[in-house]
Write a protein that binds this ligand. Structure first.
Ligand code: EPU
Length: 423
């Protein structure tokens, strides 16, 4: 499947922001911890959600999906009859976030087998810290046949663990495991992303005892089971919101992002975008992003929250291709997250990559071209550039896009922009 993107279009309209992929995925995995299941609302319509649901189903989770709105489902999960403790290679190779079942399965059932994810197009992405954290809680782990074999026959025990690098899914995995451990766990240098706060809040509603979420020290007092019947609304997707704000910037248009407090969720991003020339104003239940007509060059470095999100780096690089001057983009999280640069250069962008830095010299105009998406965020960066370009473009491999952006054609249409799926 490909996406045809017509050039020289202006974004002008309203975009309802979906539930966050990177919150919904750990929340779905968290259902495994519960005796009575979990009901999630505002679950985005994404391929990664479908992959996670089929993984959970293969473990023995029963679920029901009801359409809640154009862009959201309600998912009710019943977790009383889990009988299988293996996340197979076939699923994990499709979606690395499958690793999020490791902590929950191990802590509730005392054993599990999860395929090792391996690298992906943006980096090596090891899971050593997930494993070290679980070992600190007393798990016995063996790597065999490409799988993580983990056991804790007498259950996990609370412990102190310092993450040498802050890891988002690593923090989530250990937090979920510690929720049912015997005793108290203190995680230091924990990741502080809002999605971690969302997970901790949901776990607390389910009956867990977690405090400090959103800071670098998270304390989890283990409980024997999570029994509360819980309905929880997935937080809005800050990366989707940021992506559509950039769409307004690159097409010199305006967009109303509806459904969250995006100033709070994207502090550094908004500050940078203001320096580039976007103007933000508060509107009911959201934020308006409007181009001032300028695209000024800036230096941007991706960092863990509350820094500039790596998941908005590719889209920002596309915007800076049309800036009035030279910018530097530094990628601090992944060692190979500049694959979009080569495709943008095929549209006439002037980018030089050197190690973790991209030097982006703004050009007057990009021109439409056939392009190849290499990962989820890169795929939208190409669409953004194509919307502003002279002439039409075709973006291939948009299965990457469908993994993590909900209803792109419909949402772009709701701000006056046309794209077409072609096979
Ligand atoms: N790292 C290790 N060892 C580990 C874990 C991580 O060395 O055991 C390193 C990674 O290689 C990376 C850094 O630590 O260099 C941070 O990676 P992190 O673990 O935080 O990333 P993640 O949890 O695998 C999540 C998001 C990513 C997002 C990153 C960073 C989910 C499901 N995925 O990944 O989202 O880029 O945090 O914010 O939450 C995306 O949505 O496009 C996406 C890639």
């Amino acid at each position: 499947m490909k996406l045809k993107v017509y050039g020289n279009q202006k974004v002008n309209g309203v975009v309802p922001i979906s539930g966050a992929k990177n919150s919904a995925l750990p929340l779905l995995a968290a259902s495994i911890l519960s005796v009575n299941g979990l009901k999630l609302t505002n679950v985005p319509l994404l391929a990664d959600i479908e992959t996670t649901l089929s993984l959970l189903e293969s473990l023995g989770v029963a679920y029901r999906v009801d359409q809640e709105s154009l862009y959201a489902n309600t998912v009710e999960l019943k977790t009383g009859s889990i009988y299988n403790f293996t996340a197979p290679y076939e699923t994990v190779k499709k979606m690395r976030a499958s690793i999020l079942v490791l902590g929950p399965l191990l802590t509730r059932f005392g054993r599990c087998r999860v395929s090792l994810p391996g690298g992906c197009s943006i980096g090596v992405r090891p899971i050593d810290l997930h494993l070290k954290g679980l070992e600190a809680l007393g798990a016995k782990i063996e790597l065999k046949d490409g799988y993580v074999h983990a056991v804790a026959p007498k259950g996990l025990k609370g412990a102190n663990f310092d993450f040498p690098i802050a890891t988002v899914t690593g923090t989530e995995n250990i937090m979920m495991a510690a929720a049912l451990a015997d005793g108290t766990t203190v995680l230091r240098n924990a990741a502080r992303e809002p999605e971690i706060v969302d997970l901790a809040n949901c776990l607390n509603a389910m009956g867990a005892k977690i405090s400090g979420q959103g800071t670098s020290v998270v304390m989890i007092k283990g409980v024997s089971s999570l029994r509360n019947t819980t309905e929880y609304r997935v937080m809005p997707d800050r990366i989707e919101a940021g992506t559509y704000a950039i769409a307004a910037g690159i097409t010199k248009g305006r967009v109303d992002l509806i459904g969250g407090n995006f100033r709070e969720l994207l502090p550094t991003f908004i500050e940078k975008m203001e320096r580039i020339g976007l103007e933000f104003s508060d509107i009911e239940n959201g934020l308006r992003a409007e181009s001032s007509g300028e695209i000024a060059p800036v230096d941007v470095s991706s960092d863990p929250y509350p820094g500039f999100p790596t998941d908005l780096q590719a889209q920002t690089t596309a915007l800076l291709c049309l800036a009035d001057g030279e910018s530097t983009v530094t990628e601090n999280i992944y060692e190979n997250r500049f694959m979009h640069a080569a495709e943008l250069m095929r549209m006439g962008a002037n980018i030089t990559i050197s190690g973790d830095k991209a030097c982006v010299k703004g050009v007057e105009q990009l021109t439409g071209a056939p392009m190849m998406a290499t990962d989820l965020r890169a795929s939208f960066s190409l669409i953004l550039a194509a919307l502003a370009a002279k002439g039409d473009s075709v973006v291939d491999r948009i299965y990457h896009l469908d993994r993590g952006y909900c209803c792109v054609k419909e949402k772009l249409a709701s701000c006056g922009v046309t794209v077409d799926r072609i096979s």
